[in-house]
Design a protein around this ligand. Structure first.
Ligand code: COA
Length: 255
């Protein structure tokens, strides 16, 4: 059985980290595969939203520490490893479709980076968060730290990283790490994804590009203007206006 499962149905892709006996700890091979999978969703017109979750009771206990000696032993290997982690996080962050992390059980360390790379985080009461890098003498990566900072602010980010302590779902809702607490996070995520998937893909792509650029502080204005212009010449813009005039639901194609 593969360590990453991808199920596509009705325009929604569900990516599942599938090592429940290891609490879905993410191996080097999985970081690499996640980057490839999410880059592929970008050009898959049939996919309108992507959900990320863990098999069993946990999202993930983070990077697989048991293979660190083999794949993250020295400085050079550590750099290669962190490049792979950032590539996975950035592929999730940059895919031009809405992404939602479904969080239950442990969401620790590198898994928090995966969750923070999604547009939205919906958790159940069972979720437990934390970034234990200070217990391993690892500096949490730049990309992941920036995402943490933009979600919770600088003081809370420092508290989370310096203390390495765990926090519960209610605290994560209060500090901005998650944006919804639900009895059934999968059902809530599917409902949100389906509603967004019915909207114009080019609008979502443009909004995500601009907001991500603002959050990172490196917005490419030229590319943003290109996306705005492309949408204004699209089939979907004509369809949106036509549907409004005819008082019907628009059928968007993403072009
Ligand atoms: N890497 C590798 N294996 C992991 C893992 C990780 N990050 N997290 C859990 N596992 C493995 C455990 O080694 C154990 O394997 P075993 O059954 O072969 O002994 C199995 O998953 C179940 O975990 P266990 O520790 O027995 O469960 P627990 O309920 O007592 O504790 C955790 C759960 C998540 C609190 C604990 O496993 C832990 O602290 N994991 C490390 C978390 C971490 O530091 N992540 C950041 C990495 S950068």
């Amino acid at each position: 059985m593969s360590d990453i499962l991808v199920d596509k149905s009705d325009g929604i892709a569900i990516v599942t980290l599938n090592r429940p006996k290891q609490r879905n700890a993410v191996t080097y091979a999985m970081w690499c595969e996640l980057a490839e999978r999410f880059r592929a969703f970008d050009s898959d017109a049939d996919i309108r939203a992507v959900l990320l979750m863990g098999a069993g009771g946990d999202f993930s206990a983070g990077a697989d520490i048991s293979e660190f000696d083999a794949v993250r032993g020295g400085a050079e290997e550590s750099t290669r490893y962190e490049v792979a982690v950032d590539a996975a996080g950035d592929a999730i962050y940059e895919v031009s479709k809405p992404t939602i992390a479904i969080l239950r059980g442990y969401c620790l360390g590198g898994a928090a980076h995966l969750a923070m790379s999604c547009d939205f985080r919906i958790a159940e009461e069972s979720a437990v968060f934390g970034i234990p890098a200070a217990r391993l003498s690892i500096v949490y990566g730049v990309s992941a730290t920036r995402k943490l900072f933009s979600l919770v602010g600088v003081t809370e980010a420092k508290r989370i990283l310096y203390s390495a302590s765990r926090f519960a779902a209610r605290e994560a809702l209060a500090n901005g790490f998650i944006d919804e607490l639900a009895g059934d996070a999968t059902a809530a995520a599917l409902e949100r994804a389906n509603a967004m998937a019915a909207n114009a893909p080019l609008t979502i792509r443009g909004a995500k590009f601009i907001l991500n650029g603002c959050a990172r502080g490196d917005l490419d204005r030229v590319e943003a203007e290109r996306l705005i212009s492309e949408a204004s010449k699209s089939h979907d813009y004509a369809e949106g206006r036509k549907a409004f005039a005819e008082k019907r639901t628009p059928g968007f194609l993403g072009c």
